[in-house]
Write a protein that binds this ligand. Structure first.
Ligand SMILES: [Zn+2]
Length: 142
């Protein structure tokens, strides 16, 4: 996520809930973000993550299968039927779940959002370490 995106998120926040604290925070983030505190990193992450729905992790693929009908020309010819499946892991277990065609775009969006959330978590880690280091340095100076 770019800095512009993050600022846009706060701008939306400021419009919907015009609390003074949020507006001050937008200013602070825009001009003073290079000295973020851990709490500010937390607020940035939570505000960004709040926008992300639907969420899914895994992959969406087309799978060929046979149907339950006794006489089916598609199955008889070996062509079969294609349907979407979402597959992934829950812990160490692999799962695979049928997804109706009309829901596939929504699930693909959820997977894309999931990747975006992962990137956000990576960025959060880097910024949290920096914020904790800054705080430690400030405490050492006192
Ligand atoms: Zn069939």
């Amino acid at each position: 996520m770019t800095k512009q995106h993050t600022e846009a998120v706060y701008a939306i926040d400021a419009c919907s809930r015009p609390a003074m604290g949020v507006i001050v925070y937008v200013w602070y983030y825009t001009y003073m973000h290079f000295i973020e505190s851990p709490v500010e990193v937390q607020r940035w992450f939570q505000a960004s993550a709040r926008q992300m729905w639907p969420i899914a992790e895994g992959s969406l693929s087309l799978r060929k299968s046979k149907c339950i009908r006794k006489t089916c020309s598609a199955c008889a010819s070996g062509e079969g039927h294609t349907s979407y499946v979402l597959s992934g892991h829950t812990g160490s277990r692999r799962f695979s779940i049928y997804v109706p065609d009309e829901l596939a775009p929504q699930i693909q969006q959820a997977i894309d959002n999931g990747r975006h959330l992962q990137e956000l978590m990576n960025e959060a880690g880097v910024r949290l370490v920096q914020a904790l280091k800054n705080r430690r340095n400030e405490q050492n100076r006192e």
